[in-house]
Every structure is written in structure tokens, then in C-alpha cells.
Design a binder for this molecule. Structure first.
Ligand code: ZN
Length: 247
């Protein structure tokens, strides 16, 4: 065993983001079940692919060299690609952006890894409205983080079958139409009737994707609610640019 080989790590990983770095290298943000989110430098990769392929939305088995600073890419083997079409890829990029902003401890990485690759695998199989599958994924992310967004109860009265009128950031939950006027809180995110119906469908959305229509207004309201929910728990803004490109 050469002194350098114990600094080699072999791990599965998904490339969350790839950006050009220095003259001919890439800076990769990757997520791995062993390392969580980490930065990898693919030296010279833009010139000669010497270190192997590194396409986003793709799972690889990576061989990494651990320096005193970041990891360096030594090789990559393709495991499976997840790309499908513009809409599916857009929500997968949204998931990648979300993962880049999460603050996780290393022991949480395997569960978040499972969630991510299951989402990629499932979302590329649906014919319509991959955004709804993204929302369910984001709710599961909240659950794993221990910051559930309960979309099945009114946060004030506990009702389960009432029409939802708003999301109340202060209590991280939904308000039904009955309770909204009683809450002396101006700072709510209003939800339309169609968004309310959509949220009632969301727990079993996989079964009704063929029938439902999802209005642009609802897409904006649910996206905003999820990002505000995450932001209020992490005390920092969450930005997911890919969601603005969905359509
Ligand atoms: Zn209520």
C-alpha cells in the first residue's frame, strides 16, 4: 500500500453542480452517501476528460483523492443517468439547488442520498407535472430535517378537510378559511382555491397526475411556501433559480 492510496476514497455520488474553474478545470459540487455534500476539483477535465466524465444529474462511482483541502477527482464510472426532458430536468436541478443549501451532519447523508436518487428515479418516470413530485420530495426533505410542513391540518383549529386559505410562516403551517380572519397576523402567504385543492391532492398526487391541472399561480404559491418554510427554519433565505425556469 503506497502512502497515497489511503487518501483515495471510492464513493457513489451525484453531481449537483459543475462550473468551470481556472483555465481548464471544473469545480464540482457533489452529493454522496458517504461524504454528504462536498466540493471536488476535476483538474484538466475541460481539456481532456482525463479524470473521467462529470455530467450533472448523473450518478457515478467516483475515485477521489483527499488533499489537505478539497477532494480531487481521480476517476469516474457511470452508474446511471437521470436526464429526461426539460421539465423533469428542471425539477431535478431544483432538488440539486436545494441540497446545496441544506446544512446536514455527515450521519444524515445516507438518508438524504436515498431520498435524492429515489426522487430522480421516480420523477423521470412521470408523464405530467413533475413539479408536483418535486413538492412531495421537498416535503420529505423537511420531514428528514425535522421541520415538517404539515399540509393535512389547520395549524389553528386542527381541521383536516377544510379549504386552506394561507400559509402562516410564524407557525410554519396552513390556515383554513375559517381561521384566517381570526389570526391577527398580516404576514401570511395567501393560497388560492385551486392551490388549496392541489394541497389536498398532494399526499396521493402520484395517482391523480393524469387528471389534475396545475395553474401557474399554484406553482408560484406552493414554491414560495416551501422556500419560506425552509428559510424560516434555517434563518437564511433559500433560493432555487431552477423553479423560476419551470413551465
Ligand atoms: Zn382552522
Amino acid at each position: 500500500v503506497s502512502p497515497s492510496s489511503d487518501r483515495l476514497v471510492v464513493t457513489h455520488a451525484v453531481i449537483l453542480r459543475r462550473k468551470p474553474w481556472r483555465e481548464n478545470s471544473f469545480l464540482l459540487e457533489v452529493f454522496s452517501p458517504d461524504l454528504g455534500r462536498t466540493t471536488v476539483i476535476a483538474q484538466g477535465a475541460r481539456r481532456e476528460q482525463s479524470a473521467g466524465e462529470t455530467e450533472p444529474l448523473t450518478e457515478y462511482e467516483l475515485t477521489l483523492y483527499k488533499s489537505s483541502g478539497p477532494y480531487f477527482l481521480r476517476g469516474s464510472h457511470l452508474v446511471r443517468g437521470f436526464r429526461r426532458n426539460y421539465q423533469s430536468d428542471t425539477v431535478m436541478y431544483a432538488a440539486c439547488e436545494l441540497y446545496e443549501q441544506l446544512i446536514l451532519s455527515p450521519e444524515d447523508a445516507p438518508a438524504f442520498w436515498e431520498l435524492l436518487v429515489q426522487f430522480f428515479d421516480y420523477v423521470r418516470s412521470v408523464e405530467r407535472h413533475p413539479i408536483a413530485i418535486f413538492w412531495r420530495f421537498a416535503l420529505r426533505v423537511c420531514h428528514l430535517l425535522g421541520v415538517d410542513l404539515d399540509i393535512e391540518h389547520c395549524t389553528a383549529c386542527g381541521a383536516t378537510d377544510a379549504p386552506w386559505a394561507a400559509y402562516l410562516p410564524l407557525r410554519s403551517g396552513l390556515l383554513c378559511r375559517e381561521c384566517l380572519p381570526r389570526v391577527a397576523e398580516a404576514n401570511v402567504l395567501p393560497l388560492s382555491k385551486t392551490t388549496s385543492r392541489l394541497l389536498h391532492d398532494l399526499p396521493h398526487i402520484g395517482n391523480v397526475l393524469r387528471e389534475v391541472d396545475i395553474a401557474d399561480e399554484s406553482i408560484q404559491q406552493v414554491n414560495r411556501m416551501l422556500l419560506v418554510h425552509l428559510a424560516s427554519h434555517f434563518h437564511k433565505p433559500f433560493h432555487v433559480k431552477s423553479l423560476q425556469l419551470y413551465g
